[in-house]
Ligand binder design. Structure first.
Ligand SMILES: CCCCCCCC/C=C\CCC/C=C/C(=O)SCCNC(=O)CCNC(=O)[C@H](O)C(C)(C)COP(=O)(O)OP(=O)(O)OC[C@H]1O[C@@H](n2cnc3c(N)ncnc32)[C@H](O)[C@@H]1OP(=O)(O)O
Ligand SMILES: Cc1cc2nc3c(=O)[nH]c(=O)nc-3n(C[C@H](O)[C@H](O)[C@H](O)COP(=O)(O)OP(=O)(O)OC[C@H]3O[C@@H](n4cnc5c(N)ncnc54)[C@H](O)[C@@H]3O)c2cc1C
Length: 671
């Protein structure tokens, strides 16, 4: 079967792997990106960008200072903006995303938050009077914006943000102010140096009454000189774990006046005479966060895919040690531990991307509903995107780190691309709502679902399975080798565990309440259990999404996807075995059965491993990894990469000349 990656001159071990492929890699790629046309369009973009001198990096960013990296990124950003339509349909979200990944990379760029949050916030939350003015200019990139919500003292607990917006009826303006040091906006991407506007989240005050957090458009810098406007202090927060090319910023506002229309008033409103009208749903103002959390799934699925590609290809190329005496050294991909480390990451990357597709459909349906005045889909989507954002970012982070370690010493080098990838990706556990906190949002929803299920009330989409009657004992290992029924038995077992954990957490919560604790204090006493239930529920949702996509996939790729799904489900069940065992739903024997099936899956997938990662269709530019390159010619490339280190510009470094040589000389003369 064809793997389209085979080319002359490639590493022979990689070619050998590609020849054992049992499916058409292009079919799988097309399925992953929605259609053959989408796949071809991605490849055209890659080809054009790779050949374009505006996007060439004579010196890899690994060897540049942060300032130089930002300069190089800004230059490429300008080229993307001015010449974007030469490469793709600039109105197509996925084509633009791919263009940016190819042309600029993942470490941040001057317009990341402009497109990622500033524009979505204005489009989703601002009223026509404001959007008519600012959106055309923002889309035309006459202005650049950031989303400034988090403060030095508060990020999670939005209710206690300190920045104030006080309505002045006399002038029909809001006065925006940073009252304390901890009220400074701190962290917002692109706020420090690039943006001249921001959507700023402030506590709204009318007639001395605190109404709560609302968003306001504020101009930060002069449109001509880009200097901060009077009363505005703005800058970069300094180096951080990754996102080197993003100017995450700080901001202090000294009683800045903005017109009334600058409040984002699509949902909540303040009339000219200062009358406040709340939104039709209390949390519609938080809509931008739901949007980003939903879309983060795609980015994080792709991040994990990158790591899986690097680790799998490198493990096919790397030979080290022997499994049996008297035979040549083996490809490290033949070690069972290596497969057990890497293959679940491949499966999880597919599962995350497929889950994203489901969520995207639900998000679009919700937006359509809101436009027609219905908010009934919001609570379910908020609850499941909160859980998914937490589970996926954590899962991807652990997976990337596994892949990095699976590459041995070279995985620790920036040449592998994996340390930087991890740095960028792991930020997702924190931004857009810290994971422990977001899981609690899911858990709150589960508690309501438990109550509804007990009362026989209708259950919404993500928790519908709470209404199923459990069979009491798992069918795992008792389906006579019927794969479809085995998959269903595993899904049923996971659903049983999620439901049980939710019910038990609810009982623990209630018990503490009966013991005299307030609801809130009692909640804090059971949050570990609450978050556990939320995690398992979310993993059930992912498993169901993956299962749905696989069972409805074209017949040509269904067998390999079914193998991958088997691995995914076996791995998930073994990983969560304690939950399945705890109430006796599964027996120890059933868990042993799951483990043995998992080891069989590793062997089954082995011949298709390289082809499965090839099907993610990430180019060498996107991978940005010497170890993961498509042609597998790793060792020569590793040497050429190291030669570019600035430490190698001279044979004797000034630091050596100045300190180390005299020290050695002194020591010698002491003898
Ligand atoms: C375009 C795609 C981009 C892809 C990205 C890829 C990579 C890009 C790289 C980098 C970009 C980084 C960008 C980062 C940006 C940011 O980080 S912006 C700042 C984000 N900040 C947060 O997320 C803050 C987290 N805090 C909160 O969300 C809230 O404070 C809270 C924790 C939810 C608590 O809020 P609150 O106290 O007000 O509410 P509760 O009492 O807990 O709940 C009341 C009810 O409201 C419901 N609720 C809460 N939030 C929402 C929501 N967003 N939507 C709908 N409903 C919501 C909650 O469930 C309660 O419901 P109930 O009363 O029925 O139980
Ligand atoms: C790379 C990056 C980019 C960012 N970009 C932006 C941006 O563009 N715009 C923006 O406005 N912000 C941005 N942020 C900020 C980000 O949204 C916040 O850092 C995040 O929401 C977490 O809030 P915090 O920092 O206040 O953490 P804290 O809430 O202080 O969390 C610290 C610890 O306390 C725990 N904790 C807090 N509350 C609870 C609770 N209720 N229950 C249990 N545990 C709790 C947390 O779980 C965590 O372990 C960015 C952050 C990063 C890292």
């Amino acid at each position: 079967m064809p793997n389209r990656c085979i080319k002359e001159g490639d590493n022979p071990d990689l070619t050998k792997e590609r020849k054992t492929c049992t499916f058409d890699t292009d079919e799988l790629t097309a399925n992953l990106y929605g259609s053959r046309n989408n796949m071809e369009r991605r490849r055209e973009i890659t080809k054009k960008i790779s050949a374009d001198p505006d996007f060439a990096d004579p010196i890899p960013h690994d060897f540049l200072s942060r300032e130089k990296c930002i300069e190089a990124t800004a230059k490429k950003t300008k080229a993307v903006v001015q010449r974007g339509s030469e490469f793709c349909d600039v109105t197509n979200y996925y084509e633009m995303l791919h263009l940016i990944n190819e042309a600029i990379g993942i470490g941040g760029y001057p317009l990341a938050l402009h497109y990622g949050m500033f524009l979505p916030a204005l489009e989703g939350q601002a009223e026509k009077e404001l959007t008519d003015d600012i959106i055309p200019r923002a889309k035309n990139l006459e202005v650049i914006g950031a989303y400034a919500q988090t403060e030095m003292g508060h990020g999670t607990n939005l209710r206690e943000l300190e920045t104030t917006a006080t309505y002045d009826k006399a002038t029909q303006e809001f006065i925006i102010n940073t009252p304390t040091r901890s009220a400074m906006k701190w962290w917002p991407g692109n706020l420090g140096k690039m943006s001249n506007y921001a959507v700023v989240t402030c506590q709204l005050f009318i007639d001395g009454r605190k109404i709560g957090p609302h968003n306001f458009l504020v101009q930060l810098r002069c449109e001509k000189t880009h200097e901060p406007l009077p009363g505005i202090i703005v800058g970069d927060i300094g180096p951080k774990m990754a996102f080197d090319t993003n100017d995450n910023g700080f901001l202090a506002l000294d009683n800045i006046r903005v017109p009334r229309k600058n409040m984002l008033m699509k949902h909540a409103k303040v009339s000219p005479d200062g009358v406040y009208t709340p939104p039709m749903h209390a949390k519609l103002n938080y809509g931008t966060m739901v949007y980003v959390r939903a879309h983060m799934l795609y980015a994080h699925g792709q991040f994990l895919a990158t790591a899986a590609i690097v680790a799998t290809r490198y493990s096919a190329v790397r030979r080290q040690g022997r499994i049996e005496h008297g035979v040549p050294e083996v490809q490290i991909l033949d070690y069972q531990t290596q497969q057990h480390r890497i293959f679940p990451q491949i499966a999880r990357a597919y599962a995350i991307i497929f889950t994203y597709m489901d969520i995207k459909d639900q998000y679009d349906a919700m937006i359509k509903g809101i436009a027609e005045g219905q908010t009934d889909l919001l609570p379910d989507l908020h609850a499941i995107t909160s859980g998914l954002k937490s589970v996926v970012t954590h899962m991807a982070g652990l997976g990337i780190e596994q892949c990095r370690m699976a590459c041995g010493g070279h995985g620790y080098s920036d040449a592998s691309g994996l340390p930087k990838l991890y740095g960028v990706q792991i930020g997702g556990c924190t931004y857009e709502g810290e994971n422990m906190v977001m899981l609690q949002q899911t858990a709150r929803y589960l508690m309501k679902a438990v109550a509804s299920a007990l009362q026989g009330k209708p259950l919404s989409h993500s928790v519908a399975y709470f209404g199923k009657k459990s069979s009491g004992k798992s069918r795992i290992g008792k389906e006579g080798g019927d794969i479809a029924r085995e998959h269903e038995a595993m899904l049923e077992a996971l659903e049983h565990a999620a439901c049980r954990l939710s019910v038990e957490a609810s009982q623990m919560w209630e018990k503490r309440g009966r013991g005299g604790e307030t609801k809130e204090r009692a909640w804090n006493g059971v949050t570990v259990e609450m978050n556990r239930a939320a995690r398992v529920h979310t993993r059930v949702f992912m498993a169901r999404s993956f299962h749905r996509r696989v069972t409805s996939s074209p017949p040509s790729i269904r067998p390999v996807l079914t193998d991958l799904l088997s691995l995914y489900l076996h791995y998930e069940c073994v990983d969560m075995a304690h939950h399945l065992l705890e109430d006796g739903f599964c027996s120890g024997e059933q868990i042993r059965y799951l483990k043995s099936r998992l080891y069989e899956d590793l062997t089954t997938l082995r011949p298709n491993a390289v082809s499965l990662v090839d099907s993610f269709d990430q180019s060498d530019r996107e991978l940005n990894s010497v170890l993961g390159r498509r042609d597998g010619n790793v060792y020569e490339a590793l040497y050429q990469w190291a030669r570019k280190s600035e430490l190698n510009y001279t044979d004797v470094l000034p630091a050596v000349q100045k300190y180390v040589m005299p020290m050695m000389e002194e020591n010698r003369s002491k003898l």
